[in-house]
Design a protein around this ligand. Structure first.
Ligand code: 4NP
Length: 161
C-alpha cells in the first residue's frame, strides 16, 4: 500500500514545521509502527533555504528526544500539491499562502495542523522566532498533541478501509 504522504508547512521552515516533521516521524515510528507514512516539511518563504533548523528549536526538541539535526529548509513547490495527501499549515497565514499557491483541486488537502488537537485552546502554532525560549516549549506541546491526534485519525482510517 502507498504510504500516506504528509507535508508540514510554516513560514521559514526552520522552527515549527521541521519540529512537526521530527516529532511526527518519531511518534509514528514508536506508536504506530505498522502505519506507512512519508513525512517532509517546507516553508512558504525562501529566506532560510538550505539551512539547518534554528538552534533553539533543535535544542528544545533534543531535550524531549527528537533529532532534527539532519533536516534542511526548503520552500514549497508546485509539485507538492500533487504529491502530498495532507498539507498541514502551522498558522492561518501559512494556510492562506498555501491556498493561494495550490490548484483548487488540492485545497481540501490543505488544513491547519491543530485541527488534530481538539483539546488545545488554539488553532495556530505561534511563531517562536522572535520570542523567548518558552515559545519553543509551547510549540512542542502543541505539536505533540496534534501529532497524537493525527496518528489516531490515521489509525482509525486504516481500520475503516
Ligand atoms: P518558522 O519561524 O516559520 O516557524 O520557521 C520563522 C523563521 C524565520 C522567520 C520567521 C519565522 N524569519 O522572518 O526569518
Amino acid at each position: 500500500m502507498k504510504p500516506v504522504e504528509i507535508l508540514f508547512v510554516c513560514l521559514g521552515n526552520i522552527c515549527r514545521s521541521p519540529t512537526a516533521e521530527a516529532v511526527f516521524r518519531t511518534l509514528a515510528a514508536r506508536e504506530a509502527p505498522d502505519l506507512r507514512v512519508s513525512i517532509e516539511s517546507a516553508g512558504t518563504a525562501g529566506y532560510h533555504v538550505g539551512s539547518a533548523p534554528d538552534a533553539r528549536a533543535q535544542e528544545a526538541a533534543r531535550r524531549r528526544g527528537y533529532d532534527m539535526s539532519g533536516q534542511r529548509a526548503r520552500m514549497i513547490e508546485p509539485r507538492d500539491f500533487e504529491r502530498f495527501d495532507l498539507i498541514l499549515a502551522m498558522d492561518r497565514s501559512n494556510w492562506s499562502e498555501l491556498c493561494r499557491a495550490a490548484p483548487r483541486t488540492a485545497h481540501h488537502r490543505v488544513r491547519l495542523f491543530l485541527e488534530y488537537a481538539p483539546d488545545a485552546e488554539v488553532l495556530e502554532v505561534p511563531d517562536p522566532y522572535y520570542g523567548g525560549p518558552n515559545g519553543f516549549e509551547e510549540v512542542l506541546d502543541l505539536i505533540e498533541a496534534a501529532s497524537r491526534g493525527l496518528l489516531r485519525h490515521l489509525r482509525d482510517g486504516a481500520r475503516a478501509t
